[in-house]
Design a protein around this ligand. Structure first.
Ligand code: CTP
Length: 416
């Protein structure tokens, strides 16, 4: 995917600029023609000579070059891809606003090529609404964002905002070059998202830590790839225009909505964290403290995925998720068999940066053929792409050669 492609590697001024050297090396090793463009800030952290020595052309640092009078339009027009790593808060703001005051920002505005940005900054900056807002706008415009992870930052601080690993940035570059295409056009994809809430009384509920970010990312990505998407969500978060959404709260409501739409779906992806238990008899009025500690009697909820597995029609692809804290592949394989799914996307929710609430995730995808994908920690939109790639591949190549074989697994008992 990278061989022979012209990639502008933008580097901005943050301590993570040294990691861009590794990104440059990996892109060159993969056969890409890499042109580094450094901001003035970047050169305070890493010398242009370092990049010039590794890249396919000397590093560029200025809009004004006698030998190349309009470098930004030349670079912008000839690039197959622009990767900015690290991308500072300033770069994101300038790019969002179209404020082109240096060679990198001017090149970004002058290109029609896909763009990948890998932000890196201190946690306070990463969490600032201005940065969030700028990224949301850039994402809507189709910019690929490789979300940062958590870890050691400049000055000895630790937290969210650490540049994604070079391997994840290179993987995002490949995905951006591949482009979403419209490979899911003509398919109806039903996705569930979020954590259900099971009422104890009109005020209180039993819930879980699911944010719905992964399920919404899958729904948005499927719509971008041309699918007709129905999103049944228990999460209070936005979804892309074009996604038909059904908001639900409880497992029972989710079950009703899913079963009503499942027959018409070619692909069903159960990304929701459905409660396994619910209060048997929720109180109709608020339980009062003065009445003492209540005993809440629980009952199992219906297992929607298992029911979908029983009803699965020919040609339908069923994808389950598995949130685990140990033996991820074994449990995923057990759920695959026990629930009648075609693919199970599993993650270790106890791993730093993965699972509930984070912007990033690291997943293993298991099918009846074995482990189809065992990925790095990447942002949830990239995970969404990988899941949909696996779905497309499964539908294309049923019965193809086996993937990496599964280790011996204990079958998972059919869940509640
Ligand atoms: N699921 C479901 N209905 C439920 C519980 C889970 O459809 N009542 C689905 C989830 O959406 C997910 C898959 O089953 O796609 C696995 O969910 P998970 O919570 O990991 O597994 P459980 O079957 O609940 O088993 P356990 O909690 O014991 O790991």
């Amino acid at each position: 995917m990278l061989a022979g492609r012209r990639i502008v590697l933008g580097v901005t001024g943050g301590i993570a600029a040294y990691k861009a050297v590794e990104v440059c090396r990996r892109l060159v090793d993969a056969g890409a023609h890499v042109v580094p463009v450094l901001t003035e800030g970047a050169t305070r952290f890493v010398g242009a000579t370092t990049f010039s020595a590794l890249a396919s052309e000397p590093a560029k640092t200025s809009l004004f070059d006698d030998a190349d009078p309009i470098p930004h339009t030349r670079l912008g027009r000839t690039a197959d891809l622009i990767v900015v790593a690290p991308a500072t808060a300033r770069l994101l703001a300038a790019y969002r606003m179209g404020y082109s005051d240096d060679l990198l920002t001017a090149t970004l505005i002058a290109t029609r090529a896909p763009v990948v940005v890998a932000p890196a900054m201190h946690t306070e900056m990463w969490e600032h609404p201005a940065v969030r807002d700028n990224l949301a706008v850039l994402r809507e415009r189709g910019v690929h964002v490789v979300a940062p992870g958590e870890g050691r930052l400049a000055g000895g601080d630790i937290g969210a905002g650490r540049l994604a690993e070079p391997a994840a940035i290179v993987a995002a570059a490949e995905a951006a070059l591949r482009g979403p295409g419209r490979d899911l056009a003509g398919l109806t994809v039903l996705v569930t998202a979020g954590g259900t809430r099971e009422p104890i009384d009109p005020v209180r509920f039993l819930g879980n830590r699911s944010s719905g970010k992964q399920g919404h990312a899958i729904a948005d990505e499927a719509a971008a790839r041309g699918a007709g998407v129905v999103l049944v969500t228990a999460a209070d978060r936005a979804s892309a225009p074009g996604v038909e959404r059904i908001d639900v709260e409880t497992a029972a409501e989710m079950e009703a909505a899913v079963l009503a739409r499942a027959d018409g779906a070619d692909v069903v992806i159960m990304a929701a964290a459905v409660a396994d238990f619910r209060p048997k008899a929720p109180a109709g009025h608020k339980l009062k403290k003065a009445d003492g500690v209540p005993l809440v009697d629980l009952e199992p909820t219906p297992d929607i995925l298992s029911e979908l597995g029983r009803r699965k029609r020919a040609g339908q692809t069923l994808v389950g998720f598995a949130a685990e804290t140990s033996d991820v592949v074994a449990h995923a394989a057990g759920k695959l068999a026990g629930k009648g799914a075609d693919l199970v996307v599993a993650n270790d929710v106890s791993e730093p940066g993965a699972g509930f609430g984070h912007d990033t995730n690291r997943v293993v995808i298991v099918s009846h053929r074995g482990v189809e994908h065992d990925g790095a920690l990447v942002d949830k939109r990239t995970v969404a792409r990988t899941v949909l790639d696996a779905v497309a591949e499964h539908r294309r190549a049923a019965g193809a050669a086996p993937a990496k074989p599964l280790h011996e697994t204990e079958p998972e008992p059919t869940a509640t």
